[in-house]
Design a protein around this ligand. Structure first.
Ligand SMILES: Cc1cc2nc3c(=O)[nH]c(=O)nc-3n(C[C@H](O)[C@H](O)[C@H](O)COP(=O)(O)OP(=O)(O)OC[C@H]3O[C@@H](n4cnc5c(N)ncnc54)[C@H](O)[C@@H]3O)c2cc1C
Length: 390
């Protein structure tokens, strides 16, 4: 892999940097970096109007037909500018690529353009109270009645469901079949009667994810992706994209946290001491920098697989695993540098509680998009070729 930008990539980077300069006002962001939904909707629209949404999507679906290296540059520059991500991450990274792979012509025309423009926000209805890691155990059921699927059941931990217009939903359509074979994959309008969303507060205090209850929800028959019984295969397409494309954003975000950690270490604390003067602190920061470098190079391997094979490989699970643990360590270190002030959140806390929020939010990183245990199994079996655990 050649790490340098090609002439075209360098021109793209320069143009994007100018665009951020002209369009993004870091001062307009809340100090703890928690922009609200209204702000994010407007920002997502601005990104779309600027031509920076759907960079790698094929032109026929309204994208820009660029290679994944442009997406990587986009994330690097986003982080450099300190700007937030597009709000429709579930739609752009998961629902969209899955619809492109499995959707009918009608489904593609109906959903892809609105998803790119941010008019429709999507959520992911996979996890259930009794099945998170074990997706094949999903019990929410859909029964065909005339021209409609009647959906009953409950999903949980669905990010953005309180804001979403559509949901990618894994349902059981054949209870008699072997568990993987009995699943189907529906595209469900969240505004249909019988869909009830109940926000759940996370440890951060933010209601970022939700329970979704489905009671006799009548979903048009043609809302299925693939055939009845294809649900497991379709869901695997979604999960491959979830971990693959996410890796660039994660590493870029960690780099941003790292550079803020260095800023923090240089600031005198309330006792007048500068944390970076302490050799133990310098050691800990250097160690995080080393971890970051190894992660960045593993990520380049993911990018190489994407460029050469057109799809992310299992090594993207390594990036998610190592990133989530590095992010927890780094945010914890940042809080420990604040001494007694580290106990204060929000007003009165250092940087208005930026690090306190980041540390609490990082707890979910080792659970969402595959827990660390599940990812270790994937790395052992599919990257290292070790025997299956079960
Ligand atoms: C911030 C956040 C956002 C999320 N957003 C979404 C979303 O938008 N949509 C959605 O559908 N879900 C979402 N989730 C849910 C997430 O995917 C699940 O929480 C996750 O898959 C784990 O499932 P579970 O909570 O049911 O735990 P379980 O699967 O019950 O696991 C419990 C524990 O057992 C371990 N374990 C389970 N199976 C094995 C095994 N085979 N080998 C070794 N250890 C094992 C797990 O690692 C874990 O430690 C989100 C979660 C978080 C934290």
């Amino acid at each position: 892999m050649d790490f340098r930008d090609t002439a075209d990539e360098a021109a793209f980077r320069a143009k994007l940097r100018d665009w951020y300069e002209a369009n993004f006002d870091a001062g307009g962001m809340p100090a703890a970096g928690r922009p609200d939904a209204g702000y994010l909707r407007k920002w997502s629209r601005r990104l779309f109007d600027g031509g920076y949404v759907g960079l790698t999507w094929p032109r026929e679906y309204g994208g820009h037909g660029l290679s994944p290296s442009y997406q990587a540059i986009y994330f690097e520059e986003m982080v450099r500018a300190g700007a937030p991500e597009h709000m429709g991450i579930i739609g752009l990274n998961m629902a969209g690529p899955t619809i492109m792979t499995w959707g009918t012509h009608e489904q593609k025309s109906k959903h892809l353009a609105r998803l790119l423009s941010g008019e429709d926000i999507w959520c992911q209805g996979f996890s259930e109270p009794g099945s998170g890691s074990d997706l094949a155990g999903a019990r929410t059921k859909a029964v065909l009645d005339g021209d409609e699927w009647v959906v009953n059941g409950q999903k949980v931990w669905s990010s953005y469901a309180h804001l979403a217009d559509w949901c990618i939903l894994v349902v059981r359509t054949d209870p008699a079949a072997e568990k993987h074979a009995g699943l189907s994959y529906l595209l469900v309008d969240m505004h249909l009667p019988g869909v009830e969303v109940r926000p759940l507060k996370q440890i951060t205090g933010d209601p970022e994810f939700n329970e979704i209850f489905f009671t006799d929800v009548r979903v048009p028959k043609d809302s299925i992706l693939g055939k009845p019984g294809d649900g497991w295969k379709v869901a695997m397409t979604t999960l491959l994209h979830e971990r693959g494309t996410m890796a660039f954003a994660l590493v870029a975000q960690l780099r941003q946290h790292f550079s803020r950690l260095v800023d923090l270490a240089r600031e005198p604390g309330s006792d007048g001491r500068v944390p970076a003067d302490d050799p133990v602190v310098r050691d800990a920061i250097a160690q995080e920098w080393i971890e970051l470098q190894s992660l960045a190079f593993t990520n380049y391997r993911t990018l190489t697989t994407l460029l050469t094979k057109g799809a992310p490989g299992p090594e993207s699970s390594v990036v998610k695993l190592v990133w989530s643990e590095a992010n927890q360590r780094l945010t914890k270190l940042a809080r420990s540098l604040q001494g007694l002030s580290g106990m204060l959140d929000g007003d009165g806390g250092v940087w208005d509680g930026y690090w306190q929020y980041r540390q609490l939010r990082s707890r979910g990183n080792t659970i969402e998009a595959g827990t660390s245990e599940i990812l270790r199994n994937i790395v052992a079996e599919r990257v290292l070729g070790l025997p299956r655990s079960r």
